[in-house]
Design a protein around this ligand. Structure first.
Ligand SMILES: [Zn+2]
Ligand SMILES: [Zn+2]
Length: 337
Protein backbone atom coordinates (compact mmCIF):
# COMPACT_ATOMS: atom_id res chain seq x y z
CA UNK A 1 0.00 0.00 0.00
CA UNK A 2 2.79 2.39 0.90
CA UNK A 3 5.29 0.76 -1.39
CA UNK A 4 7.56 3.73 -1.82
CA UNK A 5 8.17 4.36 1.83
CA UNK A 6 11.40 3.65 3.60
CA UNK A 7 9.72 2.60 6.81
CA UNK A 8 8.32 -0.90 6.32
CA UNK A 9 6.44 -1.46 9.55
CA UNK A 10 3.79 1.20 9.06
CA UNK A 11 0.90 0.58 6.69
CA UNK A 12 -2.37 2.19 5.66
CA UNK A 13 -5.57 0.31 6.43
CA UNK A 14 -9.13 1.43 5.98
CA UNK A 15 -9.29 2.60 9.61
CA UNK A 16 -6.11 4.64 9.14
CA UNK A 17 -2.39 4.37 9.80
CA UNK A 18 -1.40 1.05 11.39
CA UNK A 19 1.84 0.12 13.12
CA UNK A 20 2.51 -3.59 12.54
CA UNK A 21 4.89 -4.50 15.41
CA UNK A 22 2.92 -2.41 17.91
CA UNK A 23 -0.45 -3.66 16.66
CA UNK A 24 -2.08 -0.25 16.99
CA UNK A 25 -3.57 2.51 14.88
CA UNK A 26 -2.80 6.22 15.03
CA UNK A 27 -5.84 8.55 15.05
CA UNK A 28 -8.10 5.92 13.41
CA UNK A 29 -11.27 7.06 11.67
CA UNK A 30 -13.25 3.98 12.76
CA UNK A 31 -13.23 2.04 16.06
CA UNK A 32 -10.23 -0.27 16.56
CA UNK A 33 -8.84 -2.44 19.38
CA UNK A 34 -5.88 -0.17 20.15
CA UNK A 35 -5.19 3.44 19.17
CA UNK A 36 -2.73 6.21 19.85
CA UNK A 37 -4.52 9.57 19.78
CA UNK A 38 -2.53 12.72 19.01
CA UNK A 39 -5.15 15.25 20.17
CA UNK A 40 -8.84 15.69 20.93
CA UNK A 41 -10.11 17.35 17.71
CA UNK A 42 -12.98 15.22 16.47
CA UNK A 43 -11.36 14.19 13.19
CA UNK A 44 -8.38 12.73 15.09
CA UNK A 45 -10.06 11.50 18.26
CA UNK A 46 -13.15 9.41 17.64
CA UNK A 47 -15.22 7.49 20.19
CA UNK A 48 -15.69 3.75 20.77
CA UNK A 49 -12.11 2.49 20.48
CA UNK A 50 -11.22 -0.34 22.86
CA UNK A 51 -7.93 0.92 24.27
CA UNK A 52 -6.61 4.41 23.69
CA UNK A 53 -3.25 5.88 24.66
CA UNK A 54 -2.68 9.60 24.86
CA UNK A 55 -1.87 12.53 27.12
CA UNK A 56 -4.02 12.98 30.23
CA UNK A 57 -5.61 16.15 28.83
CA UNK A 58 -6.56 14.53 25.54
CA UNK A 59 -8.19 11.64 27.37
CA UNK A 60 -10.13 14.03 29.59
CA UNK A 61 -11.23 16.20 26.67
CA UNK A 62 -12.45 13.11 24.82
CA UNK A 63 -14.44 12.04 27.85
CA UNK A 64 -15.92 15.50 28.10
CA UNK A 65 -17.07 15.36 24.47
CA UNK A 66 -18.15 11.76 24.12
CA UNK A 67 -19.15 10.72 27.64
CA UNK A 68 -18.58 7.08 28.53
CA UNK A 69 -18.31 5.99 24.88
CA UNK A 70 -14.99 7.74 24.57
CA UNK A 71 -13.26 4.32 24.87
CA UNK A 72 -13.41 1.05 26.84
CA UNK A 73 -10.04 1.48 28.53
CA UNK A 74 -7.36 4.12 28.40
CA UNK A 75 -3.75 4.69 29.29
CA UNK A 76 -2.30 8.12 29.79
CA UNK A 77 1.36 8.70 28.98
CA UNK A 78 3.44 11.29 30.82
CA UNK A 79 5.97 13.45 29.05
CA UNK A 80 8.88 11.98 30.98
CA UNK A 81 7.99 8.34 30.49
CA UNK A 82 8.73 5.71 27.86
CA UNK A 83 6.08 3.06 27.35
CA UNK A 84 7.18 -0.34 26.08
CA UNK A 85 4.75 -2.23 23.93
CA UNK A 86 5.68 -5.49 22.21
CA UNK A 87 9.16 -4.64 20.91
CA UNK A 88 8.52 -0.95 20.64
CA UNK A 89 9.27 2.11 22.68
CA UNK A 90 6.73 4.93 22.69
CA UNK A 91 7.27 8.47 23.92
CA UNK A 92 5.14 11.59 23.71
CA UNK A 93 6.35 15.13 23.00
CA UNK A 94 4.34 18.37 22.91
CA UNK A 95 2.91 19.29 19.48
CA UNK A 96 1.95 22.89 20.31
CA UNK A 97 -1.40 22.56 18.51
CA UNK A 98 -4.00 22.65 21.33
CA UNK A 99 -4.15 21.67 25.00
CA UNK A 100 -2.97 18.06 25.39
CA UNK A 101 -1.80 17.67 21.77
CA UNK A 102 1.19 15.38 21.41
CA UNK A 103 3.56 13.87 18.88
CA UNK A 104 4.40 10.19 19.18
CA UNK A 105 8.00 9.07 18.90
CA UNK A 106 7.96 5.36 18.13
CA UNK A 107 11.19 3.39 18.12
CA UNK A 108 11.49 -0.09 16.68
CA UNK A 109 14.83 -1.88 16.25
CA UNK A 110 16.65 1.42 16.53
CA UNK A 111 14.55 3.12 13.82
CA UNK A 112 12.65 6.21 14.95
CA UNK A 113 9.28 7.32 13.61
CA UNK A 114 7.91 10.70 14.67
CA UNK A 115 4.19 11.28 14.16
CA UNK A 116 3.44 14.93 14.77
CA UNK A 117 -0.34 14.94 14.34
CA UNK A 118 -1.42 18.57 13.93
CA UNK A 119 1.20 21.00 15.19
CA UNK A 120 2.46 24.56 15.19
CA UNK A 121 5.66 26.31 16.20
CA UNK A 122 4.14 29.57 17.45
CA UNK A 123 4.04 30.32 21.19
CA UNK A 124 0.58 29.66 22.62
CA UNK A 125 -0.38 30.25 26.26
CA UNK A 126 -2.93 27.44 26.18
CA UNK A 127 -0.58 24.55 25.45
CA UNK A 128 2.99 23.31 25.71
CA UNK A 129 5.33 24.48 22.96
CA UNK A 130 6.30 22.10 20.15
CA UNK A 131 9.42 20.09 20.90
CA UNK A 132 11.48 18.81 17.96
CA UNK A 133 13.41 15.57 18.26
CA UNK A 134 15.64 13.72 15.81
CA UNK A 135 14.01 10.88 13.91
CA UNK A 136 14.36 8.73 10.78
CA UNK A 137 10.84 9.03 9.37
CA UNK A 138 8.81 12.15 10.09
CA UNK A 139 5.08 12.41 9.44
CA UNK A 140 3.99 16.01 8.98
CA UNK A 141 0.66 17.66 8.31
CA UNK A 142 0.37 20.04 5.36
CA UNK A 143 -2.87 21.89 6.07
CA UNK A 144 -1.12 25.14 5.14
CA UNK A 145 1.59 23.50 3.08
CA UNK A 146 1.97 26.09 0.34
CA UNK A 147 4.47 28.97 0.22
CA UNK A 148 1.60 31.50 0.15
CA UNK A 149 0.74 30.54 3.71
CA UNK A 150 2.84 32.62 5.99
CA UNK A 151 0.83 33.26 9.15
CA UNK A 152 0.95 36.81 10.51
CA UNK A 153 1.77 37.59 14.15
CA UNK A 154 -1.12 36.41 16.35
CA UNK A 155 -0.90 39.38 18.74
CA UNK A 156 -1.25 41.81 15.83
CA UNK A 157 -4.29 39.89 14.61
CA UNK A 158 -5.89 39.91 18.08
CA UNK A 159 -5.25 43.66 18.22
CA UNK A 160 -7.47 44.09 15.17
CA UNK A 161 -10.36 42.75 17.20
CA UNK A 162 -9.64 45.04 20.14
CA UNK A 163 -9.43 48.03 17.81
CA UNK A 164 -12.75 47.12 16.25
CA UNK A 165 -14.36 46.73 19.69
CA UNK A 166 -13.07 50.16 20.69
CA UNK A 167 -14.12 51.89 17.47
CA UNK A 168 -17.58 50.32 17.24
CA UNK A 169 -19.06 50.50 20.70
CA UNK A 170 -22.65 50.59 19.41
CA UNK A 171 -22.19 47.16 17.82
CA UNK A 172 -22.22 43.58 19.01
CA UNK A 173 -19.14 41.66 17.91
CA UNK A 174 -19.96 38.10 16.93
CA UNK A 175 -16.76 36.15 16.33
CA UNK A 176 -16.56 32.58 15.02
CA UNK A 177 -13.95 30.36 16.69
CA UNK A 178 -13.43 26.62 16.77
CA UNK A 179 -14.61 25.31 20.16
CA UNK A 180 -11.48 23.42 21.15
CA UNK A 181 -8.26 25.41 21.08
CA UNK A 182 -8.94 28.50 19.00
CA UNK A 183 -11.56 29.86 21.37
CA UNK A 184 -9.31 29.68 24.41
CA UNK A 185 -6.20 30.84 22.56
CA UNK A 186 -8.01 33.94 21.32
CA UNK A 187 -9.22 34.70 24.85
CA UNK A 188 -5.70 34.45 26.32
CA UNK A 189 -4.35 36.70 23.53
CA UNK A 190 -7.03 39.31 24.26
CA UNK A 191 -6.37 39.16 28.01
CA UNK A 192 -2.66 39.64 27.42
CA UNK A 193 -3.44 42.72 25.37
CA UNK A 194 -5.37 44.13 28.33
CA UNK A 195 -8.96 43.32 27.36
CA UNK A 196 -10.59 42.76 30.75
CA UNK A 197 -14.34 42.86 30.07
CA UNK A 198 -16.48 39.76 30.39
CA UNK A 199 -16.33 37.68 27.21
CA UNK A 200 -19.62 36.02 26.29
CA UNK A 201 -19.65 32.48 24.96
CA UNK A 202 -22.15 30.52 22.91
CA UNK A 203 -23.30 27.48 24.95
CA UNK A 204 -21.30 25.12 22.71
CA UNK A 205 -18.05 26.73 23.85
CA UNK A 206 -18.68 26.62 27.59
CA UNK A 207 -17.78 23.08 28.63
CA UNK A 208 -14.36 23.01 26.99
CA UNK A 209 -13.51 26.52 28.18
CA UNK A 210 -14.40 25.54 31.73
CA UNK A 211 -12.09 22.55 31.40
CA UNK A 212 -9.23 24.83 30.32
CA UNK A 213 -9.84 26.98 33.41
CA UNK A 214 -9.91 23.90 35.64
CA UNK A 215 -6.46 22.82 34.45
CA UNK A 216 -5.07 26.26 35.18
CA UNK A 217 -5.31 28.21 31.93
CA UNK A 218 -6.80 31.45 33.06
CA UNK A 219 -9.41 32.95 30.74
CA UNK A 220 -10.60 35.82 32.93
CA UNK A 221 -14.33 36.47 33.19
CA UNK A 222 -16.32 34.40 30.70
CA UNK A 223 -20.06 33.93 30.78
CA UNK A 224 -22.74 32.10 28.85
CA UNK A 225 -24.31 34.45 26.30
CA UNK A 226 -27.83 33.18 27.02
CA UNK A 227 -27.66 34.80 30.47
CA UNK A 228 -28.04 38.21 28.82
CA UNK A 229 -30.56 39.94 26.57
CA UNK A 230 -29.41 41.08 23.10
CA UNK A 231 -29.56 44.76 24.08
CA UNK A 232 -27.36 44.19 27.12
CA UNK A 233 -24.75 42.70 24.79
CA UNK A 234 -24.22 45.80 22.68
CA UNK A 235 -20.55 46.89 22.87
CA UNK A 236 -19.59 43.39 23.98
CA UNK A 237 -17.71 40.46 22.50
CA UNK A 238 -19.49 37.18 21.81
CA UNK A 239 -17.61 34.07 20.66
CA UNK A 240 -19.49 31.30 18.88
CA UNK A 241 -18.81 28.26 16.67
CA UNK A 242 -18.23 29.39 13.05
CA UNK A 243 -21.36 27.53 11.95
CA UNK A 244 -23.49 29.74 14.22
CA UNK A 245 -22.43 32.99 12.53
CA UNK A 246 -25.13 32.70 9.90
CA UNK A 247 -27.82 30.64 11.60
CA UNK A 248 -31.03 31.71 13.32
CA UNK A 249 -29.32 32.08 16.69
CA UNK A 250 -27.15 34.91 15.38
CA UNK A 251 -30.09 36.95 14.10
CA UNK A 252 -31.28 38.03 17.54
CA UNK A 253 -28.24 40.19 18.18
CA UNK A 254 -28.30 43.86 17.33
CA UNK A 255 -26.00 45.74 15.04
CA UNK A 256 -23.58 42.88 14.62
CA UNK A 257 -20.05 42.88 13.28
CA UNK A 258 -19.16 39.35 12.24
CA UNK A 259 -15.64 38.00 12.43
CA UNK A 260 -13.96 34.65 12.01
CA UNK A 261 -10.65 33.53 13.51
CA UNK A 262 -8.92 31.08 11.19
CA UNK A 263 -5.82 30.52 9.10
CA UNK A 264 -8.19 30.38 6.13
CA UNK A 265 -8.97 34.07 6.55
CA UNK A 266 -5.79 34.65 4.55
CA UNK A 267 -7.88 33.65 1.50
CA UNK A 268 -9.97 36.65 0.39
CA UNK A 269 -12.43 34.42 -1.41
CA UNK A 270 -13.30 32.57 1.81
CA UNK A 271 -13.78 35.85 3.65
CA UNK A 272 -16.23 36.94 0.99
CA UNK A 273 -17.98 33.58 0.76
CA UNK A 274 -18.65 33.52 4.48
CA UNK A 275 -19.66 37.17 4.65
CA UNK A 276 -16.97 38.03 7.16
CA UNK A 277 -16.44 41.69 7.96
CA UNK A 278 -13.61 41.14 10.40
CA UNK A 279 -11.24 38.38 9.27
CA UNK A 280 -8.66 37.44 11.90
CA UNK A 281 -5.81 35.25 10.67
CA UNK A 282 -4.80 33.02 13.57
CA UNK A 283 -4.03 29.38 12.96
CA UNK A 284 -3.21 26.40 15.17
CA UNK A 285 -1.48 24.73 12.22
CA UNK A 286 2.11 25.23 11.16
CA UNK A 287 2.66 27.38 8.03
CA UNK A 288 4.96 26.68 5.08
CA UNK A 289 8.13 28.03 6.69
CA UNK A 290 7.22 26.34 9.95
CA UNK A 291 7.02 22.98 8.21
CA UNK A 292 10.40 23.45 6.54
CA UNK A 293 11.94 24.62 9.81
CA UNK A 294 10.57 21.54 11.57
CA UNK A 295 11.80 19.12 8.92
CA UNK A 296 15.19 20.71 9.32
CA UNK A 297 15.03 20.40 13.13
CA UNK A 298 13.94 16.76 13.29
CA UNK A 299 16.44 15.88 10.53
CA UNK A 300 14.79 12.78 9.04
CA UNK A 301 15.77 10.88 5.93
CA UNK A 302 12.12 10.42 5.03
CA UNK A 303 9.09 12.73 5.32
CA UNK A 304 5.55 11.45 4.88
CA UNK A 305 2.95 14.14 4.31
CA UNK A 306 -0.71 14.19 5.27
CA UNK A 307 -3.66 16.65 5.50
CA UNK A 308 -4.11 19.02 2.64
CA UNK A 309 -1.47 20.31 0.26
CA UNK A 310 0.47 17.08 0.15
CA UNK A 311 1.76 17.08 -3.42
CA UNK A 312 3.30 20.56 -3.34
CA UNK A 313 5.22 19.84 -0.16
CA UNK A 314 6.30 16.36 -1.30
CA UNK A 315 7.61 17.86 -4.52
CA UNK A 316 9.54 20.54 -2.68
CA UNK A 317 11.01 18.13 -0.12
CA UNK A 318 12.19 15.84 -2.91
CA UNK A 319 14.02 18.79 -4.44
CA UNK A 320 15.84 19.11 -1.11
CA UNK A 321 16.81 15.43 -1.37
CA UNK A 322 14.47 14.02 1.26
CA UNK A 323 12.68 10.82 0.46
CA UNK A 324 9.05 11.92 0.60
CA UNK A 325 5.56 10.75 -0.27
CA UNK A 326 1.93 11.62 0.40
CA UNK A 327 -0.07 9.47 2.78
CA UNK A 328 -3.44 10.40 1.27
CA UNK A 329 -5.31 9.54 4.44
CA UNK A 330 -9.02 10.18 4.42
CA UNK A 331 -11.30 11.61 7.08
CA UNK A 332 -9.35 14.67 8.18
CA UNK A 333 -11.00 18.05 7.85
CA UNK A 334 -9.04 21.22 7.48
CA UNK A 335 -12.06 23.34 8.36
CA UNK A 336 -11.57 22.53 12.05
CA UNK A 337 -9.07 25.18 12.50
ZN1 LIG B 1 -6.36 19.43 15.12
ZN1 LIG C 1 -5.95 17.55 11.78
Amino acid sequence: MMTETKINWLVKKKQGLYCIPGDFFIDPIAPVHRALITHAHTDHARPNNKLILSSKETLELMKLRYGNNYCSTHQSIRYDETVSLNNLKIRILPAGHILGSVQFLIEYKGYKLLISGDYKRTFDLTCKTYEPIKCNTFITEATFGLPIFNHPDDKEEAKKLITSLTNNDKSTHLIGVYALGKCQRLITLLRNLGYEKTIYLHGALMKISEYYSEVGISLGRVQKVSDKSPSELISNLILCPPSSLNDKWSQKFKNTIKGYVSGWMRIKQRVKQKNIELPIIISDHVDWNGILQTVNDVNPSEVLVTHGREEALVHYLKSLNYQSSALNLIGFEDENE
